[in-house]
Write a protein that binds this ligand. Structure first.
Ligand code: NAD
Ligand code: MG
Length: 395
């Protein structure tokens, strides 16, 4: 069998590193075509030394020069490119078969969309890209014949529980509901009145998963689950009232699909992203991932309960944005990115993240999403508004 040639957008991040870990276990199946990082060139140089990609991409010309210098030390043949345009080029190159979309946030949209337009097999971790662009992304996949495989653990679980060849129609497949599980994050049991005081360090200390900083804060506010509700809507063609969120603090059941005959299918496993990554890489086959098998005898109980919108107002906002449609999810995502950045930099309180997002949703005018340019323009407007609102809250 010919090796699959893989581009990893965001290879120095948490998902990027896990992806390379799985690939390294299967040198007979995969080769690395391109690796990209924003600024962490030392990490990227080490990855290039081990995986010898054809291309490496970084943010700007200065970083590219620095990376070239590092690579020269081991006579690497890797070509170094830079800038957002170069990300799109490697993601859509003829010699690339598979794109792991693992850049965090809106910055990942243009390259993920370029992969979709070029008909690649896309392993989608970068949920923000789909949340912002919605129908445009799904249409690009359909038009080019790309294969879109969810890497987000919940959506990967749902994908595994859907009938083979599922055609984006829950009713036609006898499905009554999609149930996204959520850990509830680090503040599930914390006194609500004390939430305004929590620090960034407390917020990024997730009980079950080790992840990047942004998604860790999103898990603490449960905006992450809100983004995932929107992601599920687009990935599976699911109406909003068919998508339910259930808190399950042990994070062993990664999500479930409920069928009209009373069957409830679930996917379980240890919380380790290498499982969904391996599934996406090998689909429809299975390969080893390095993840230990789940030993259920070690767990005396699994718990479940409904989320509380008072504790997690961001989850409610995401449902509202999806219901409002048009540009609302794009605004939700952009304002959230600004608010999370401000929180991480100690310029905004934890409970003010929701305030900034809610205000942006009500103040940035609704618009239709016609193409990438219009989406990026709405994203820009929402960021300008949210940044000035953060400054106003501080004053
Ligand atoms: P991370 O912060 O660990 O890594 C982000 C990567 O994106 C890095 O390689 C970084 O260099 C790159 N990057 C950041 N800003 C960039 C920019 N402006 N331009 C180009 N590249 C840029 O994040 P992560 O936890 O790996 O998450 C990546 C994506 O996967 C996110 O969308 C997240 O929601 C999703 N995801 C992550 C996990 C997880 O377990 N980490 C689980 C599910 C989904
Ligand atoms: Mg998830």
């Amino acid at each position: 069998m010919q090796k699959q040639s893989i581009c990893i957008l965001g290879s120095t991040g948490s998902i990027g590193i896990s992806t390379l870990d799985v690939i390294a276990r299967h040198p007979d199946l995969y080769q690395v075509f391109a690796l990209t990082a924003h600024t962490q060139i030392n990490k990227l140089a080490t990855q290039c030394q081990q995986f010898q990609p054809q291309f490496a991409v970084v943010a700007n010309e200065q970083l590219a020069r620095d990376l070239r210098e590092l690579l020269a030390q081991f006579s690497s043949k890797t070509q170094v490119l830079c800038g957002a345009e170069a990300l799109c080029e490697v993601a859509s190159a003829t010699d690339c078969d598979v794109v792991m979309a693992a850049i965090v946030g809106a910055a990942g949209l243009p390259a993920s969309l370029a992969a979709a337009q070029a008909g690649k097999r896309i392993l989608l971790a970068n949920k923000e890209a789909l949340v912002m662009s919605g129908q445009l992304f799904i249409d690009a996949v359909a038009k080019s014949g790309a294969t879109l495989l969810p890497i987000d653990s919940e959506h990967n679980a749902i994908f595994q529980c859907l009938p083979y060849g599922y055609q984006r129609d829950l009713n036609a497949s006898g499905i009554s509901k999609i149930i996204l599980t959520a850990s509830g994050g680090p503040f599930l049991h914390r006194e609500i009145s004390t939430l305004s005081q929590v620090t960034a360090a407390e917020a990024i200390a997730h009980p079950n998963w080790v992840m990047g900083r942004k998604i860790s804060v999103d898990s603490a506010t449960m905006m992450n689950k809100g983004l995932e509700v929107i992601e599920a809507h687009w990935l599976f063609g699911a109406a909003i009232d068919k998508i339910e969120v259930l808190i399950h603090p042990q994070s062993l059941i990664h999500s479930m699909v409920s069928y009209v005959d009373g069957s409830l299918l679930a996917q379980l496993g240890n919380p380790d992203m290498r499982t969904p990554i391996a599934y996406g890489l090998a689909y429809p086959e299975r390969i080893s991932s390095g993840v230990e098998p789940l030993d259920l005898s070690q767990f005396s109980q699994l718990n479940f309960f409904k989320p509380d919108f008072e504790r997690f107002p961001c989850l409610r906002l995401a449902y509202e944005a999806l219901r409002a449609g048009a540009s609302a999810p794009t605004v939700l995502n952009a304002a959230n990115e600004i608010a999370v950045d401000a929180f991480l930099a100690d310029r905004l309180g934890f409970m003010q993240i929701e305030t900034v997002v809610a205000e942006a949703l009500s103040r940035v005018p609704m618009q239709s999403l016609s193409d990438l340019e219009s989406i990026l323009e709405i994203d820009r407007q929402a960021r300008v508004f949210a940044s000035s609102y953060v400054a106003k809250l501080r004053a």
